[in-house]
Design a protein around this ligand. Structure first.
Ligand code: AP5
Length: 215
């Protein structure tokens, strides 16, 4: 069983690479952002609690996210492992994860490194598919037909938290709460880095190389 964790700031490219990598390794992609947005769309009690934090670019409280991910990781499709996109994001989440991972599981953590200046442009130009979760960019990765998803033909949207005013608090939350995980996983010898400011294909190539290089 393998657990791959993609660690990166908002807009670093986690979602862009997660699904493709997960499919290539025959494990599910588990994105806490997608799980939370689904709860918001379905107007569940969890969704309405999470929405107020997400709309402000704040992290959703650990207790909510940890409960949600524990439930997801208990499902049968995780028997071979999973690729985690957007989790863990705080030390408390990382510690909770370490308590539910059975001994002997191979854990690889890859940091997607991108300077903040690039992230703003990536996020405000992103267009997302509410159908299959695919991400596009008006300049860097446009769909074949403007405003329409290549994969499932759903009309693309701009995520409500991709407005310029919400991006700043998201980046602040990353630096305050998530960046400390880099040292946490480096200390355990589990961390490697990829320069995610390169073009998409170069980033994907480096991710595959890192995964092949690690034990
Ligand atoms: P979430 O959905 O996880 O958002 P995020 O981490 O802010 O990450 P993004 O989805 O914005 O970025 P990404 O790295 O996936 O970038 P992408 O590949 O799309 O979380 C949303 C919210 O939910 C959080 O703010 C929080 O409130 C809550 N939440 C989620 N998980 C939580 C947790 N564990 N704990 C607490 N709260 C949680 O790429 C971005 C754009 O750039 C795209 O347009 C793409 O086409 C483009 N792009 C990507 N790579 C490249 C490249 N190499 N070159 C050029 N363009 C590129």
């Amino acid at each position: 069983m393998e657990l791959i964790i993609l660690l990166g700031a908002p807009g670093a490219g986690k979602g862009t690479h997660a699904l493709r990598l997960a499919e290539a390794r025959c494990i599910p992609q588990i994105a806490t952002g997608d799980l939370l947005r689904q709860q918001v769309r379905e107007q569940t009690p969890l969704g309405s609690q999470a929405k107020e934090f997400m709309d402000q670019g704040q992290l959703v409280p650990d207790v909510i996210v940890i409960k949600m991910i524990q439930e997801r990781l208990s499902r049968p499709d995780v028997a071979r492992g999973a690729l985690l996109d957007g989790f863990p994001r705080t030390l408390a989440q990382a510690e909770a994860l370490s308590r539910v991972v059975p001994p002997g599981v191979s854990i690889r953590v890859i940091a997607l490194d991108v300077a903040d200046e690039l992230l703003l442009e990536r996020l405000v130009g992103r267009r997302s598919c509410p159908g299959c979760g695919a991400a596009y960019h008006i300049r860097f990765a446009p769909p074949k037909q403007e405003g329409v998803c290549d994969r499932c033909q759903t009309t693309l949207i701009q995520r409500s938290d991709d407005k310029a005013e919400t991006v700043a608090p998201r980046l602040k939350a990353f630096h305050e709460h998530t960046a400390p995980l880099l040292a946490y996983y480096a200390k355990q010898g589990l961390l490697s880095h990829v320069d995610a400011s390169q073009p998409v294909e170069a980033v994907y190539r480096d991710l595959v190389q890192q995964l092949a290089a690690q034990p």
